[in-house]
Ligand binder design. Structure first.
Ligand code: ATP
Length: 314
């Protein structure tokens, strides 16, 4: 079955009820999703959830045990992996380069393998901040520099599809920012991106869609807003006021939780749809409010919810 997106675009990746079993152990079970051009989709899940296995199946490196999996509209195992691979940029979870090569030599080597122009390699290194180290041997590179080289390798030939397995692990904050800036730029140019990460707070600002995987199965899928709506986790409202403590003893609207954080600050919890009512109530109570903070559930809280570790109601 080919899924067509809302705007009528054929998906670059179309996965339908895919499963993978290793020696009788289920790694991926009944997974279906698709990704269209210009979309950044994040796979999140615990260690061993099946993220890398899914990515390797999309890349044609391993075959599914069940279901159908199309990349660029064709079964990658039948249409020829090498042809599709030229249109895909892949950054594996761990990447090693020949230590005796310079960064430029290594990138040119990968460019030749990918049949993309070697002429652009110096620019490719400059984009990831490795221009000065281009002619230094990789054995002298720091971990972050090797990560930069890995990213330059994945971006070779302006791929239509980027598959990035935990790309920001071990990167310093500057490099993380650079990484996401490059990803956003590629997406704006129409590339589709599938990435996995355990760094949830930075992910939520960049992913159009998030797929939560638990023990090989998709347990939730949607934009951050959609996941918030589905999970219906409480909103936290922190109120700093001279009379804050009176909120604990006075009459509160139904369904509102209230606890003291310190002498002048209380934290109220309510369902998202009650948020405006509760703020109105706080404003009309006349407690002399100094500050008010509203915290919507972030991806970290949502993830824990879908892993079953949080209460769903206030
Ligand atoms: P992590 O966050 O730790 O990278 P992951 O979500 O990427 O985890 P996978 O590497 O896809 O998880 O592994 C999913 C399951 O499949 C694990 O139980 C793993 O042991 C198993 N598995 C993966 N590759 C193989 C293999 N080649 N042979 C046997 N089992 C495998």
């Amino acid at each position: 079955m080919t899924h067509i997106s809302e705007v009528g675009q054929a998906p670059l990746i179309d996965i339908d009820r895919v499963g993978k079993t290793f020696h009788g152990d289920i790694a991926v079970r009944n997974v279906s999703f698709n990704i269209t051009a210009g979309e950044c989709v994040a796979l999140i899940g615990h260690n061993g959830a099946g993220k890398t296995t899914l990515m390797k199946m999309i890349l044609g490196l391993i075959s599914p045990s069940a279901g159908t999996l199309k990349v660029f509209g064709a079964d990658i195992h039948q249409s020829g992996r090498d042809k599709a691979a030229r249109r895909i940029g892949y950054l594996p979870e761990t990447i090693t380069f020949p230590p005796h090569m310079t960064g430029l030599e290594a990138l040119r080597y990968f460019a030749r393998l990918k049949e993309s122009p070697v002429g652009g390699c110096l620019d490719g290194l400059a984009v990831v901040g490795l221009a000065d180290a281009a002619r230094k041997r990789i054995r002298t590179y720091s971990k972050g520099m090797r990560q930069r080289l890995g990213l330059a390798q994945a971006l070779l030939g302006e791929p239509e599809l980027l598959i990035l397995d935990e790309p920001t692990t071990g990167l310093d904050p500057d490099l993380r920012r650079l990484f996401y800036a490059l990803i956003d730029e590629r997406r704006a140019k129409g590339a589709a991106i599938l990435l996995s990460s355990h760094a949830l707070s930075e992910l939520q600002a960049h992913a159009d869609r998030i797929i939560v995987i638990n023990r090989g199965e998709v347990v939730a899928e949607g934009s951050l807003t959609e996941l918030r709506r589905q999970a219906a986790l409480p909103v936290l409202i922190r109120v700093k006021a001279d009379g804050a403590h009176k909120m604990l003893t006075g009459a509160q609207p139904d369904g509102v939780g209230c606890r003291k954080l310190n002498g002048r600050t209380v934290e109220l919890t309510c369902l998202p749809e009650r948020k405006v009512d509760v703020i109105r109530w706080v404003a009309t109570c006349g407690y002399g409010i100094d500050d008010l903070d509203i915290e919507l559930p972030d991806l970290d809280r949502l993830y824990r919810h879908y892993r079953g570790e949080l209460e769903t109601r206030p």
